[in-house]
Design a protein around this ligand. Structure first.
Ligand SMILES: CCCCCCCCCCCCCCCCCCCCCC(=O)SCCNC(=O)CCNC(=O)[C@H](O)C(C)(C)COP(=O)(O)OP(=O)(O)OC[C@H]1O[C@@H](n2cnc3c(N)ncnc32)[C@H](O)[C@@H]1OP(=O)(O)O
Ligand SMILES: Cc1cc2nc3c(=O)[nH]c(=O)nc-3n(C[C@H](O)[C@H](O)[C@H](O)COP(=O)(O)OP(=O)(O)OC[C@H]3O[C@@H](n4cnc5c(N)ncnc54)[C@H](O)[C@@H]3O)c2cc1C
Length: 664
């Protein structure tokens, strides 16, 4: 039935102020107002239609993306949108495009690694989109190992230029988004060579295509690397390949904040740490953590609404069948994902604060918090994207067969999302970075260096090695200090065990390789502790609105106790809790799921997503699923004709032949 809210009875069950929760989710009333306005602006404009993407061929799909990107910019200018509004509008257009890399990596790379003069020259061009840029780091042969890049950038003192060259096939740039067909410029990473000396990897601004006819400049070979996972999905992006044949650029196009080359060809390092060359990755990893909560909440919103609509089994005495959301197994799979979406939101908020703080310190030449920023962004990027990818797939299964239809929105969301586990740093490689940070922290404990920030708990390592949980009954697990105590002890003990094992190796690097599985587990335990502790910190704030804080407390406990249950082996084997305490946590979880149940629809409504943004029949706000699914099926091009193309050509003769054979 059109116009009827099939989920109204569920909405009436909510025991909290959904509008107040919307503000918490958005971050502030202002952020909610802007995101609400921008999402409606996009949803109400047919030019931003996206429900046909899975049906389009690559060329048509790509052309459509270019049209939308140009149209979005036109609307941004016409409506005089602020930077915040423009960025929100782009995110609600919800289609991976070259603009993501332009705004998300090219501009930040210049901002972070350019000198004042370079900023003055390049930023206005990029901000007005008079040039379009991408981030060309990865090569065919090397992605994770940045120091292994092979592209050479050799200074020629005779002409005051750099000569960029791809000496091998494996040195071809491979993957950069926006590079394949659109970018006019790139920040290219290559090995800087002066006077025969290799100074390692540095960034350079390179023009790739003519601003007149868009043709590649002499010496440049560039193109798209081909179709990627899933229909539609990330194929709206022109990930590219790029080769240089002795291409010359002026010396002042080396990004020179970290180090520079003088007119005479002398290599000079500034007082800024070398690692700042990796700064753009730190920035993007931080944005990816916030985006994880968005992607997971979309999937959870779809699965929760559909689980309330869907009924199977259990009809008694003329009553309808049970809603699948009432099955305890459905709740135990769905509600931890709902809790994770909120947990990632808050840890994302905190990470943004940390990043801003580090940037402010860098301006004042205080580099002390850079290692912490690297470890946190790397670890949380890894943890949240892995959990979100798995979570989207779980939501598909939670929707049964219909979840496999493109019209559920879940296949495309999954296909677009999964590369986050790989890009901006492979998730295992990043956890190993966290492990290095943890091992370094432990090795410095003896020297009296007090660990700070997210590793501060290591300062209490002796106490944490001895501590025992004092939980006696299920409700004791609702106490934040009980949860924190268990997560801190587990993380500390796993790290200390690794450090002890490492010390048995005469060659630490060999030990690190041999113990890398244990190190990854220790890093994961540390990152889960950060998520739990930042959720708990969030609850210390004043959070207005009837029942809002209470429900967030429930979600926080679910996030923590679900992980305690999932990793029970860890908690037991490290002796942080007893098996009795583990089963009490499980009892408490069941009770928490029951508390979420009446509020589930309200909690996903609080994400404030439009039907356009969700792009899912199963997740429709009004729950009117079946008529719309039925209607949608008839829109498939296969149903344009009763008899499909190919039938007369292949199947009819085959049928006839088989009939003839049978008669013989
Ligand atoms: C109106 C206007 C409106 C405007 C609005 C604007 C709106 C904007 C809207 C757009 C929205 C945004 C969306 C974005 C789009 C996303 C698309 C995604 C595309 C994806 C892009 C990519 O995919 S792009 C390539 C990423 N490719 C990697 O990710 C390689 C990983 N590989 C490594 O990252 C290194 O290779 C690896 C392993 C660390 C080893 O590094 P290594 O070899 O040097 O070796 P070591 O491990 O020895 O490290 C040596 C020492 O460096 C320390 N350190 C290492 N990293 C550090 C770091 N980052 N910061 C600090 N310190 C660091 C370490 O801790 C050691 O420290 P210490 O010596 O003190 O111990
Ligand atoms: C959709 C998409 C978009 C991208 N966009 C860009 C872009 O705009 N610009 C850009 O420059 N790049 C981009 N990339 C490239 C991306 O950053 C790299 O693919 C990524 O960093 C992983 O590197 P790799 O491909 O070399 O993986 P590999 O390192 O080859 O990984 C292969 C396997 O080896 C394992 N492994 C590697 N090293 C270690 C180790 N030390 N210890 C243990 N295991 C290890 C990994 O865990 C993984 O299982 C993009 C990639 C994708 C998929």
């Amino acid at each position: 039935m059109e116009g009827v809210d099939h989920l109204a009875f569920e909405r009436n069950k909510a025991q909290f102020d959904v509008d107040a929760m919307k503000i918490v989710w958005a971050g502030s009333s202002h952020a909610l107002e802007v995101s609400d306005r921008m999402s409606r602006l996009v949803a109400s404009d047919p030019a931003f239609r996206k429900d046909n993407r899975a049906m389009l061929g690559r060329k048509e799909l790509f052309k459509n993306t270019l049209r939308k990107a140009a149209y979005a910019l036109k609307r941004i200018i016409e409506l005089r949108l602020s930077e915040e509004e423009a960025s929100m509008l782009r995110s609600f257009v919800d289609e991976p495009a070259f603009t993501d890399l332009h705004w998300g990596m090219f501009v930040p790379a210049i901002k972070g690694q350019g000198t004042e003069e370079q900023l003055k020259k390049w930023l206005p061009l990029a901000q007005k989109m008079q040039i379009i840029g991408c981030y060309a780091q990865t090569e065919l042969g090397h992605g994770s190992n940045v120091q292994g890049l092979e592209t050479t950038v050799t200074f020629d003192p005779k002409t005051d230029e750099f000569v960029i060259h791809s000496p091998t096939l494996t040195s071809s740039k491979w993957w950069p988004g926006g590079l394949g067909k659109i970018s006019t410029h790139a920040v290219v990473y290559g090995r800087l060579i002066t006077d025969g000396q290799d100074h390692g990897v540095h960034g350079f601004i390179v023009q790739l295509r003519s601003l007149d006819d868009h043709l590649p400049l002499p010496g440049i070979t560039v193109g798209d690397i081909g179709m990627k996972f899933g229909n539609g999905a990330y194929n709206t992006m022109d990930n590219g390949v790029l080769r240089f044949d002795h291409v010359r650029i002026p010396r002042d196009q080396m990004l020179m904040r970290v180090s520079r080359v003088t007119r005479e060809g002398k290599y000079v390092q500034s007082n800024v740490p070398r690692q700042l060359v990796y700064g753009t990755m730190v920035y993007v990893r931080q944005t990816i953590v916030s985006d994880a909560s968005t992607a997971l909440s979309r999937a959870v919103c779809i699965a929760t609404r559909y689980s309330a609509v869907r009924r199977q089994f259990g009809a008694t005495g003329g009553n309808p069948e049970s809603q699948v959301i009432d099955y305890k197994t459905q709740q135990a799979r769905l509600f931890p994902l709902l809790a994770s979406a909120y947990a990632f939101r808050f840890v994302g908020e905190w990470l943004k604060w940390l990043y801003t703080d580090v940037m402010t310190r860098l301006q004042a030449n205080d580099f002390s918090t850079l290692p912490e920023a690297h470890a946190c962004t790397a670890g949380l990027k890894s943890l949240t994207t892995s959990a979100t990818s798995d979570g989207i797939e779980e939501c598909r299964k939670l929707c049964g067969g219909h979840g496999y239809l493109c019209s559920s929105g879940l296949p495309e969301l999954f296909a677009v999302y999964v590369p986050t586990c790989t890009y901006e740093g492979d998730n295992i490689v990043l956890l190993l970075q966290v492990a290095r940070h943890l091992m370094k922290t432990i090795s410095q404990l003896g020297s009296g260096k007090k660990p700070v920030g997210t590793v501060a708990y290591m300062g209490r390592v002796e106490q944490l090695m001895e501590s025992r949980s004092d939980v006696q009954k299920a409700e004791d697990w609702l106490n934040p200090s009980a949860v924190l105590g268990a997560f801190e002890a587990r993380a500390a003990r796993k790290s200390v065990a690794c450090a002890k094992n490492l010390s048995k190796f005469s060659n630490p690097e060999e030990g690190f390789l041999e113990l890398s599985n244990d190190l990854v587990e220790a890093a994961r335990a540390h990152c889960q502790l950060i998520v739990v502790s930042k959720f708990i910190d969030k609850l210390q704030q004043d959070i207005p609105g009837k029942g809002v804080k209470q429900l967030l407390e429930v979600l926080c406990s679910i996030y923590a106790l679900f992980h305690l249950h999932k990793h029970l082996g860890d908690f037991l084997s490290t002796g942080c809790i007893t098996s009795k305490q583990g089963s009490l946590a499980n009892d408490q979880l069941r009770s928490l799921y029951s508390q979420v149940r009446p509020n589930a629809i309200g909690l996903v409504d609080a994400f404030n997503y439009t039907d356009h943004y969700l792009s899912s029949i199963l997740g429709r706000y009004d729950g009117n699923v079946y008529p719309k699914l039925y209607e949608e099926a008839w829109k498939d091009p296969l149903n344009d004709s009763v008899i499909p193309d190919g039938f007369q050509e292949y199947i009819r003769p085959m049928l006839k032949q088989q009939l003839r054979n049978a008669r013989l």
